[in-house]
Design a protein around this ligand. Structure first.
Ligand SMILES: [Ca+2]
Ligand SMILES: [Ca+2]
Ligand SMILES: [Ca+2]
Length: 452
């Protein structure tokens, strides 16, 4: 959940209780007690008439029916991330009131803005939503507004582990090259924010010889980067003549280098409120460089200046709450016991799982490998599908006594590339080892085909 300690200024509007006087269309022949309330299936009437005994003519009392439903509040303003418990009360025709919070059906007109579960509403995004409680034919509503303010601890400088200044570009360009008023407050408060975990700021200059390759590397991975929840913003700090660059300069540079559909284009000279804030940042000591902002609190969580390798943007986007201050030494677990294949434990040769032709899901979810045995006597094809950007896995035909990959003509037998598919053909019987490259973890889909 969003951490919003600085936003306690939620305005509470607790209006007087208002009875909703929707009377059921028809009353049922339920003579005695009010309907039993738990457990209750929302798809069924609260107290269905017994088909074998629809009426009890000997009961002298009038049927008791639900006459009104009321919520503890029918309007509220919450700060982003706040939650509030609503309660629902039903009034019966005999004037008794009964708490029905657990029995009503709660729904939200915009669950992405305000969610509701068991009467507890939670403010997820800036906007408005109507919460409706339904009980038989009665309903009651609460109008919930969600306010959002940019984190108050934002300063004026871009620094590692600090909240980004509240920057905006009235004349930036979106990733298709169209004019785009881009503001970090909108990112922080928009509906998209729940899907975008990180913003990757790539800082370049028109004169910089290494910047095009850096940007093309990101362009090559853009699909994985965006799927992981990141969006890329190119900030051009200077043009080819070392002059401050604006968003139009950024756009033309990006189109020349990587084409459209890669990144938002933004300039350092037309950013508000302080043009030049990128060039002046202590983070920007060389070009190209990049840093990553976590959208839930707009903190700078990763800095290209802290590693000689390209920042692992996909991993950062997938795990924005990990500590990226030392990007070369971050152990990420991309899957857990629930993603592991049913053959676990198969971490040692003696526990190798016997494979038959077919396909199943599994994973390398710890630093231990998976061993498999193929007893097919003839040719087979072994395939491992994975997302190498999430975690690169490799496959080897294994020589147990040498505790090393089998080699043929000096080359290890198996498949150990940097793509999403590791596949090779071999002849059984064979021992196979699946492992994470440099300790990587990832789920996989394993297929064995009998080629005989
Ligand atoms: Ca496994
Ligand atoms: Ca294993
Ligand atoms: Ca691999």
């Amino acid at each position: 959940m969003r951490r919003m300690s600085s936003k306690r200024a939620s305005l509470w509007l607790v209006l007087p209780l208002v009875w909703v006087s929707c009377v059921p269309a028809g009353s049922r022949g339920e003579p005695e007690d009010p309907p039993e309330m738990l457990p209750w299936n929302p798809n069924e009437p609260v107290n269905p008439a017994d088909p074998e005994d629809p009426e009890d003519p000997e009961d002298p009392k009038d049927p008791v029916t639900a006459k009104a439903l009321v919520l503890s509040s029918n309007a509220a303003t919450l700060a982003l991330g706040e939650s509030q418990a609503l309660s629902a009360t039903v009034r019966w025709s005999d004037d008794r009131e009964e708490d029905a919070t657990a029995q009503v059906v709660w729904s939200s007109s915009a669950p992405e803005i305000v969610s509701v579960e068991g009467g507890t509403v939670r403010a997820l995004l800036r906007g408005e939503a109507v919460i409706t409680a339904t009980f038989e034919q009665l309903f009651a509503t609460a109008q919930i507004s969600v306010s959002c303010n940019y984190p108050e601890d934002a300063g004026t400088q871009i620094r590692f582990n600090a909240t980004m200044p509240k920057l905006s570009w009235p004349a930036a360009f979106d990733k298709t090259g169209m004019p785009y008023a881009f503001s970090l407050e909108d990112v922080y408060c928009s509906a998209e924010q729940s899907e975008v975990s990180t913003l990757i700021f790539v800082i370049s200059a028109g004169w910089c010889p290494n910047c095009p390759d850096y940007m093309r590397g990101i362009a090559a991975d853009i699909s994985d980067i965006e799927t992981a929840g990141a969006r890329v913003v190119l900030v051009e700090a200077q043009d080819t003549s070392y002059n401050p660059a604006d968003s139009a300069d950024a756009k033309s540079w990006l189109q020349r280098i990587a084409g459209n559909n890669i990144a938002i284009s933004a300039g350092d000279s037309d950013v508000l409120p302080n043009p030049g804030v990128f060039y002046d940042s202590p983070l920007i000591t060389a070009f190209p460089t990049a840093f990553v902002v976590r959208t839930r609190d707009m903190k700078v969580i990763a800095d290209q200046g802290r590693t000689n390798s390209i920042l692992p943007f996909v991993q950062i986007a997938l795990h924005p709450d990990a500590d990226w201050s030392d990007p070369d030494n971050v152990m990420i677990q991309n899957c857990g016991p629930e993603e592991e294949e049913t053959f676990e434990p198969n971490d040692v040769v003696s526990a190798a799982a016997e494979l038959t032709a077919g396909t199943f899901a599994g994973g390398i979810c710890t630093n231990a490998p998976d061993y498999y045995r193929v007893s097919l006597p003839g040719r087979f094809r072994f395939s491992l599908e994975l997302r190498h950007a999430i975690g690169d896995l490799d496959v080897y035909v294994w020589n147990a006594s040498a505790n090393a990959a089998v080699t043929e003509n000096g080359r290890k037998v198996g498949s150990y590339g940097a793509t999403d598919l590791e596949t090779f053909e071999y002849s059984g019987p064979a021992l196979i080892r699946v492992e994470g490259y440099q300790g990587a973890t990832a789920p996989y889909t394993l297929s064995l085909e009998d080629l005989q």
